[in-house]
Design a binder for this molecule. Sequence first.
Ligand code: 0X9
Ligand code: CA
Ligand code: ZN
Length: 324
Amino acid sequence: ITAAAPGDYHTYGEALAAVAEAEAAYPDLVSSQVIGQSHEGRDIVAVKVSANVAVDEDEPEVLFTHNQHAREHLTVEMALYTLGELTSQYGTDPEITALLDSREVWLIPSVNPDGKVYDQESGSFRSWRKNRQPNAGSSSTGTDLNRNWAYEWGCCGGSSGSPGSETYRGAAPESGPETTVVADFVRGRAVGGEQQITAHIDFHTYGELVLWPYGFTYADTAAGLTADDAAAFEALGTAMADSNGYTPQQSSDLYITDGTINDWLWADQGIFSFTFEMYPTSSGGGGFYPPGDVIDRETGRNREAVLTLLSYADCAYRAAGLEG
Ligand code: 0X9
Ligand code: CA
Ligand code: ZN
């Protein structure tokens, strides 16, 4: 397998340019906004895609987050694929047309722009994972944003308190500015006390997995996660995995994590929140840096899974045959 070159993937700047192009080409469908800045001051952008995009309609909202981990560049391509597919197929594909007529989609193509730039800016990739925030009293840089969320932060041996670790949880929950920006955006989607976002995927690489909460405990049910909730997660996660060939499992079955976005979005915000680990599997395929010629195949591979999540955004329990 040929290793990827940094030029095989959109840079942060090129990704923002692609968003701006989509917004210009489809002004009734696409609207982007800067929701805050990274540690180094780069814009973190959220892209809304829906019919009548300028109006906040009373429709279920679905969030897709990408690139919490710097080197997982394929996930940014996934955001651009979804944006391209939804826009180009609206009014042509009946399923996409019906979904954009009844849902509001939010894409955050890069949660960690500083890390992405750092990983990609020199002639060769740096295998960087965390953000680029300095740590007081340490020469090590960076927080693992996916250990920095404010639910059961650092509870359970699923993160590290050492700044040099790849899974450093940060000095406090939401100490990473990028975590706070996205968490504030989510909190801001509550209207009259009701969270409008009902479903979410956080895209990572790699492993070809569909994962759901909790990550902090091996227990199948726990505080805030009833048997009905767990059944809905499993049914919807399995339905999505049936379409892309990934392996579905509770995230703790992979390994214990604490302070992840999935656990916070579910426990604190009541959002059906999944992690997708994209191509490749753990053996072969180029690891974090698959060659650019797999991008179309491996983003398009998730088309049906994304549409399935959108279709159940009115009631995830329906996937398990439950009323909710
Ligand atoms: O460890 C992570 O943050 C994710 N994997 S990655 O290789 N992209 O870093 C997985 C998080 C999902 N949660 C659990 N596995 N508990
Ligand atoms: Ca709408
Ligand atoms: Zn990751």
